[in-house]
Each structure stands twice: as structure tokens, then as C-alpha cells.
Write a new protein. Structure first.
Length: 204
């Protein structure tokens, strides 16, 4: 039984590695624009399943995942350019928002999905910080145009505090994924939480 991660994301690859399972990463075949009319929580769940199913083949257990940032009912996905990235970051400054991360597992016979939510409060940063941030970091492939692990010298992360799992915010909710994999007979490293704290600096 081969385990496949339907993603090219280096962050998801790193997180899945913490579970101690052997896997191969393959690009999914989903046009994500067809899901943009859905509400945030439903969107990430449906996309996670679609990504997993898009590359399923016999003998595979495939993992799909999707993340988005939502401020009330406004979805802040991946920015189309740096100007939109700056706009997103300005919108989020000093506010608390939700990070929704869907994860799905399929073996072709059954498909299981969960959606995790973390609440994130941003520091009240200014235009200078935003300009430095988008110049220093790759933000166009990040929901909300930020990553909690990105730290500006002398300023740190844009995130002030959060409630929920750190792996949800980074892009693959490991607690949920571990439970889903168990339904397919896949065992994970029971010490993954300790490894997560070492890798990320946060408890999940």
C-alpha cells in the first residue's frame, strides 16, 4: 500500500514527515477556482477531497489538504500579486481571524475528511513592516499572504497569538490526519507531537 501526498508544498511534506510514514508527493490535478464560491470551511474540505481523488490509483492511499484564511465571511486565499498580498496583510493587522485547513484520505473505496480551525491574532503592524515582509518572504503561495514561521529580523512573526493546532496554521492538521490514517490501518509515530515542537517551536 503506497501513501501519496497530493501536494507540492514543502510545508506539507515537512509536516507529514513528522508522522513517520513513508510517502511520495505528487501534484494534484484540481482547478481550485471552481470552489471559490463556497464558504471557507466547506471550501477547504471539498478541495481536500478533490485533490486526493484527483490522483488516486489502485493500491494507493492518498492524502489531500487545503488551507484558507477567513476574516468573518471574507476569504483571504493566496494573493494574485504583491499588491493584493499587501492588501491582505493590511486587512489582517491587529485582528483575529480563522485559519481553516481541510484534510482528506482516500483509498478509492472510501474517502474520509476533516476540517480543522485555528484562531490567529495578528500584531498591529504598519506599512513599513508589510513592505519589508513581502520583500523578504515568498507570500504569493500563502493563504492570507503570511506564514507564522516567517520572522522579520528585530520584529519576529506577524502573529501575536493563536488558539488551536500549529500544524493547522502551517497547512496540514496532523492530529486530524493521524486519526484519519488510523481508519485505513496506517500507523503513525506516537511521538509526533514531540517532533513537532522541536521542528516548529510550538506545541500542537
Amino acid at each position: 500500500m503506497k501513501i501519496i501526498l497530493a501536494s507540492d508544498s514543502p510545508r506539507r511534506k515537512q509536516l507529514l514527515g513528522l508522522l513517520g510514514v513513508e510517502y511520495k508527493a505528487v501534484s494534484h490535478k484540481v482547478n481550485e477556482t471552481g470552489y471559490l464560491d463556497l464558504e471557507a470551511k466547506e471550501m477547504v474540505g471539498q478541495l481536500a477531497m478533490a485533490k486526493a481523488l484527483s490522483i488516486w490509483k489502485k493500491g494507493r492511499v492518498v492524502i489531500g489538504s487545503d488551507l484558507t484564511v477567513a476574516l468573518k465571511k471574507e476569504i483571504l486565499g493566496k494573493p494574485k500579486d504583491l499588491n493584493e498580498a499587501k492588501k491582505f496583510l493590511k486587512t489582517l493587522s491587529g485582528k483575529t481571524h480563522s485559519v481553516f485547513c481541510g484534510v482528506a484520505v482516500t483509498d478509492g473505496k472510501k474517502t474520509l475528511m476533516s476540517v480543522a480551525e485555528s484562531r490567529v491574532t495578528m500584531k498591529p503592524y504598519n506599512k513599513k513592516v508589510i513592505d519589508e515582509y513581502v520583500k523578504k518572504f515568498e507570500v504569493l503561495d500563502k493563504g492570507g499572504a503570511y506564514a507564522i514561521q516567517f520572522e522579520l529580523p528585530g520584529y519576529g512573526s506577524l502573529v501575536e497569538k493563536f488558539e488551536g493546532g500549529i500544524t493547522t496554521i502551517i497547512g496540514l492538521p496532523l492530529e486530524y490526519l493521524a486519526n484519519l490514517l488510523a481508519e485505513f490501518g496506517v500507523k503513525v509515530n506516537p511521538n509526533w507531537r514531540e517532533k513537532c515542537k522541536i521542528e516548529t517551536g510550538y506545541e500542537n
